[in-house]
Write a protein that binds this ligand. Structure first.
Ligand SMILES: C[S@@+](CC[C@H](N)C(=O)[O-])C[C@H]1O[C@@H](n2cnc3c(N)ncnc32)[C@H](O)[C@@H]1O
Length: 208
């Protein structure tokens, strides 16, 4: 009961604040300024990506939490393009095969309960040659001490941060799902604790 209250009424506000950390906003800019056409965002959150789109025609904002989505209303109203809320999960995308040119995931692949199924779904709906634009915090392959902490703390993190895993190797998961990676960049984001600091920025293409 208390946990449900936390999830519905406290966590969305924490999320909205934490996800505005300046180093994360810089990564959003780097990922999104060149994206054009129609976009499907998975785990839309509170709409923090919207100001960075320069030439998109519409955004399908897939977000399973109404409480989180509600906090993005002002950003949605300020957007110079249509934003349509899709109340669904990444594991079951309500789109036909080969129909979407761009999918965006910013810090969502850490949270989806079934990563393999979600990537399979994203791959299915992308047109051949379409791109999944990704920024995610990931398993730190370089630092064994941080990696141990990530493994140890993931069960607690999942409870306090709505299913978020600290220990996912997203690059590997994308390759296993069949994507080709056009750009792969690892960055340690400033102002984020070491267990969540290592970021992957990549563009994962469904082969044409
Ligand atoms: C850490 S937040 C990131 C939000 C947003 N993408 C951003 O960059 O600020 C993770 C988001 O994924 C959403 N989420 C959780 N499970 C999901 C699922 N199965 N499918 C799609 N989104 C999901 C959460 O509701 C939350 O909005």
């Amino acid at each position: 009961m208390l946990y449900q209250f936390y999830q519905k009424h406290i966590f969305p506000h924490l999320l909205n604040q934490v996800m505005q950390t300046p180093s994360l906003m810089d990564l959003r800019r780097e990922l999104l300024v060149g994206v054009s056409g129609e976009v499907l965002e998975i785990g839309f959150g509170t709409g923090l990506n919207l100001p960075f789109y320069q030439s998109v025609s519409m955004v399908y904002a897939l977000e399973p939490s109404n409480e989180i989505f509600k906090l993005g209303q002002e950003r949605i109203q300020a957007a110079p393009f249509l934003v349509e809320h899709i109340l669904a999960s990444a594991e079951a995308l309500p789109f036909d095969n080969d129909t979407i040119e761009n999918v965006v995931s910013t810090w969502t692949l850490c949270s989806v309960p079934d990563l393999v199924k979600s990537l399979h779904e994203i791959y299915r709906v992308l047109v051949p040659g379409g791109t999944l634009h990704v920024v995610e915090h990931v398993l730190n392959r370089q630092n064994l001490n941080v990696q141990r902490l990530q493994q140890l703390l993931t069960p607690i993190q999942k409870k306090v941060a709505d299913g978020c895993h600290l220990n996912r190797d997203i690059e590997l998961a994308l390759l296993v799902a069949g994507f080709e990676l056009d750009e792969v960049k690892y960055i340690d984001a400033a102002g984020i604790p070491s267990i969540g600091q290592r970021m992957l920025l990549t563009r994962a293409r469904k082969p044409a």
